[in-house]
Ligand binder design. Structure first.
Ligand SMILES: O=C(O)CCC(=O)C(=O)O
Length: 333
């Protein structure tokens, strides 16, 4: 079925009152608006589906509040809608609530009964989740910072579990095209999360990154998780866009420069696999949950060649990494 046929099928099912179709169409109209009215229509469909008891619709309303994609970011309201979603029996929302509340159940799984939703919501310490750890200055030129214990382990596991089934060979971006392609420069796997993949754990990670980088949420590119088996690597490269290259300049005109990169180490049971900076002859790694944040531009905002960096190959074990590129923005929300 073509994308257009699929959209028509969704519209027909939604107008006949199918709540799952209303939710799917509502999410799509908001994530990829086709007209000035799309977002309003999408919100209305989500509200109707939610009022009719659809938990997935309530989860996406939570995502809207937590991301600030429409209106102001509001974590308390986001959590209230997540709780509603869980109480309507939407299991991904219940699992997220349990993780956010740091409330493991006795059988070792996160979230087991919709009737727990309100109690879990009440246990969530919003200020605590938004509090960021002390920074360590690893280098001034380029500016590289480290944050130990940036993410609790349960968040790391959530991201690894989300990424694992979707991993595919990572791609590189050459001088002529912004479209990626496979290359020996990057032999690891990765997954990119778009607006429809967002959940409250991922948005909390982005929110925490926006706080340490001191930038608004709309500067976040799609988050990625990277995976390296023994021998796989991301060879030395720059994350900034080079304005002297036509394709990069066109991309910069739309979304701005890639100002900074944040890398969160999701595991630690491997050897090798540091993030290396050959121009300054240094390499760094973090313990599980630790973050590296580095600027890709100098203090004048110009591309900084000293930021050349690489993901070295693991010599034992596998490495999981959360990667967030930050633009001067704004990016589509
Ligand atoms: O795997 C690493 O340590 C480096 C990742 C990286 O270079 C990037 O995300 O730009």
């Amino acid at each position: 079925m073509s994308a257009n046929e699929e959209l028509e099928r969704l519209k027909a099912a939604a107008s006949s009152g199918d709540h799952e179709a209303m939710t799917a169409l509502g999410k799509r109209l908001i994530a990829t608006p086709t007209s000035a009215k799309s977002v309003d229509e999408g919100q209305l469909l989500l509200k109707q589906a939610m009022d009719a008891g659809n938990g997935e619709a309530a989860e996406f309303v939570a995502v809207i509040f937590a991301s600030g994609m429409i209106g102001e970011q509001n974590w308390r309201q986001a959590l209230d809608y997540l709780s509603l979603s869980a109480s309507l029996g939407w299991s991904p929302a219940l699992r997220q609530l349990s993780i956010l509340a740091d409330a493991p159940f006795e059988n070792g799984t996160w979230g087991s009964d919709p009737s727990d939703a309100k109690a879990l919501r009440d246990r969530i310490d919003v200020e605590g989740l938004l509090r960021i750890p002390e920074k360590q200055n690893l280098c001034e030129a380029p500016r590289i910072r480290k944050f130990d214990d940036f993410l609790p382990e349960r968040f790391c596991d959530w991201m690894i579990d989300l990424a694992r089934p979707k991993l595919a060979r990572a791609r590189t971006y050459d001088d002529t095209a912004v479209e990626g392609k496979e290359s020996d420069a990057r032999t690891n796997s990765s997954v990119s999360f778009n607006l429809l993949d967002l959940d409250l754990i991922l948005l909390l990670i982005q929110t925490r990154i926006s706080k340490i980088a001191m930038v608004p949420m709309f500067t976040m590119e799609n988050s990625m998780v990277m995976h390296y088996n023994v021998g796989e690597q991301f060879r030395p490269h720059y994350d900034y866009l080079d304005p002297s290259k036509a394709a990069h300049a066109a991309d910069m005109r739309k979304f701005g420069q890639r100002l900074a990169t944040c890398l969160i180490y999701l595991n630690e049971d491997f050897e090798g696999a540091e993030t290396s900076f050959p121009e300054i002859n240094q390499k760094f790694r973090c313990d599980r949950g630790g973050a590296l944040l580095f600027a890709n531009v100098d203090l004048e905002g110009q591309p900084d060649p000293q930021t050349l960096h690489a993901g070295l190959p693991p010599t034992r074990g596998e490495k999981w990494l959360f990667s967030q590129w930050i633009r001067s923005g704004p990016l589509p929300q």
